[in-house]
Design a protein. Sequence first.
Length: 479
Amino acid sequence: MQTTEQFAQGTKFDRKHHFGLIGLLWTAGLLSGGVCRGQQPEAPAPQPDRVARQKQAASPGAPAPGSPVRLTLEQALALARKNEPTYQSVVTAAGVARETRAQARDALLPSVNFTTSDLYTQSNGKGGVRFIANNTPHEYTSQGNVHQQLDLASWETYRSQAALAAAAKAKAEVAARGLVVTVVQNYFAAAAAEKKLESASRTADAGEKFLELTQALEKGGEVAHSDVIKADLQAQERRRQLQEAKLGLLNARLDLAVLLFPDFNDHFEIGDDLHGNVALPPQPEFESQAAQGNPEIRAALASSEAAAHDVSAARAGYLPVISLDYFYGIDAPQYAVNSSIAGNKVSNLGSSAVASLNLPIWNWGATQSRVRAAELERDQAKRELSFAQRKLLAEMRSLYSEAETALNELAGLQRSAELSEESLRLTTMRYQGGEATVLEVVDAQTTFAQASAAYQDGAVRYRVALANLQTLTGVLTTP
């Protein structure tokens, strides 16, 4: 009784000449599945009705009924800026800081108030009052007051609030640039998940065809049953990978939908090509853009400036404060513009002015304590500014090197995907000719699946690296 090896050797010549038709049919089925050669397969020509639907869905705000929203990256960024709560909280903080600065500015200007009151004082029984601070038992006041306070603390407080408003504005820009990275990562992760699903579907189909091939060869006595078992195991693995790819696409789309849509709309299409030609900006141009007006440096610089003004405001507690008040109206026993005294008409309208000087003498060291606290915060703000400057220099080199490395590796990953596809094709042909084992075919299938997935991940990595450059330059590189 022949062993499996003897049987395989004895039938090698027959395998080369008698099952070519089966192998050619299976190879044609495999190639017709559109296995990618590094680049993605050409999409079928869009039908006229589909083109019309895409045009109608070009604007996320007005899609055609029942048609998915076709999102470009720019549209996704606009939706995220509008609906992402973390970014909006930073924008809100910048708005509050701007209003606080306006309030501090208004405190420097004269204020005008109008008061009306009726003051009753107990009479002494002889036409006078028992409280000498008041003029008559019934006294009516109705007057406007112009008030102005002159002190260094208020001026320094305003300058501090202005610097804090500038820092908040810069932090809002930092958050906006960081949001770009998040959107780009989620957007192209969803695009990559679609490509991975297509690849998993093709490899699963190839696994099914290979299983059918080994079963047909086994019936013809060309291969051992162990080849069928191995092909069956491989087909089951490809089915599991297909299910995982479907789950990965679902999660990627849900993550993007949560980020963009307030009503949780997951009925959308990715409009930009993951593998679009996006060039890396020259390093001198990148460094020039990163060094000009970096928001993190602006925020740290404004915070340091605000801390310095806080120190001046605290030291102003040692200085006197001048208050000026001007009153105009009535302050009379009758609530009237005119009154009569001994038959003569007398006007109750009048004015008065008060100037006050408040000179601080002793407050148990509270002012000195406020100065020390402000100086500690100023020193810390200076350290943070220095750190932000050093961090910018390091990030300029690191992020550009990351993008450059991702771009260089992307070309290699594309080449690996092409070679793995060609290897799978040649190995399958060798197996048909009896020159390769089933293990080699399975290994070629696995290598192709891994190389294809790595190519998609590499494309996402490069897009995210470009978005990270935007956090320093403020310019998002697009095709």
